[in-house]
Design a protein around this ligand. Structure first.
Ligand SMILES: [Zn+2]
Length: 258
């Protein structure tokens, strides 16, 4: 039986001093933690190489000025992380952006030959977000182009779910965190793995607590959509792969062998 498709997570930056309650709605307020920014590579049986999200900018760049402290060791440089798993950016044909927040869309331009897949509603929102979210989209900064716009000519807009982007890899609209958040459902030999994006930043969001079956993040645009997305994910996914959880990176590949 074929081993493919295989999903490989890569840590391409770390939030070194992040308010935990931003991840977990109204929980653990005042606590700070370290959280990785994950980029994923999907390799299919047919040899397709697909990247999901492209990570944040590194330290010393605009992250300090406009965002939050980001730690990035040399092995977390996206090109280096890709090299480690045998992929060069030039051979990547497809990049899926789960949404257009800065920590998921910097480094887009290293993928010169890729078509980028983004929800149409996310693109529309990112052009002129609510001003409180300008920073997250790197919009409205004088003289600055948001990183996703640097690959504008390579973007293919998606509306809603897309079945079989390539065989067994599906785009799933999961709004709530942002208007056009989407996940990537991958049919592996050990069940459907859902690369969730920031809709589920930590496994703790998915696992919930005594009060809630699933916990949304504090950064959201619509909690009703968010709840419907949780129900949709329950129906689709056997395994959840959150976007900012070190537990995901403990395994070099999914499905987990053994
Ligand atoms: Zn986000």
């Amino acid at each position: 039986m074929s081993d493919y498709p295989v999903i490989r997570p890569m840590v391409v930056g770390v939030f070194s001093d992040f308010e935990v309650s931003l991840m977990l709605y109204q929980r653990q307020q005042g606590e700070k933690g370290e959280f990785p920014c994950l980029m994923f590579a999907i390799e299919t049986e047919g040899g397709n190489k697909i990247i999901v999200d492209t990570g944040p900018c590194g330290p010393g760049e605009k992250s300090a000025k406009y965002h939050m402290p980001v730690r990035r060791t040399p092995d977390m440089e996206p090109r280096v992380a890709l090299q480690k798993i045998g992929i060069t950016p030039d051979e990547v044909e497809m990049v899926i952006l789960t949404h257009l927040h800065w920590d998921h869309t910097n480094n887009c331009k290293i993928f010169k030959n890729a078509t980028f897949f983004v929800q149409k509603s996310e693109m529309q929102f990112a052009i002129a977000p609510n001003p409180v979210q300008n920073g997250q989209y790197e919009t409205g900064i004088p003289g600055h182009t948001p990183p996703w716009m640097e690959v504008f000519s390579q973007i293919q807009a998606v509306e809603g779910d897309m079945h079989d982007l390539v065989k067994g890899v599906h785009l799933i609209a999961l709004p709530g965190h942002t208007p056009g958040s989407m996940g990537v459902a991958v049919e592996t030999r050990k069940g459907v793995h859902l690369i969730a994006g920031d809709f589920i930043p930590l496994m703790a969001n998915w696992e919930g607590d005594k009060k809630l079956k699933h916990i949304p993040g504090s950064i959201h645009i619509n909690l009703d959509d968010y709840q419907r997305s949780f129900v949709k994910a329950e129906q689709i996914a056997d395994v959840i792969l959150p976007s900012h959880d070190f537990a995901v990176a403990r395994h070099e590949r999914y499905p987990i062998i053994g």
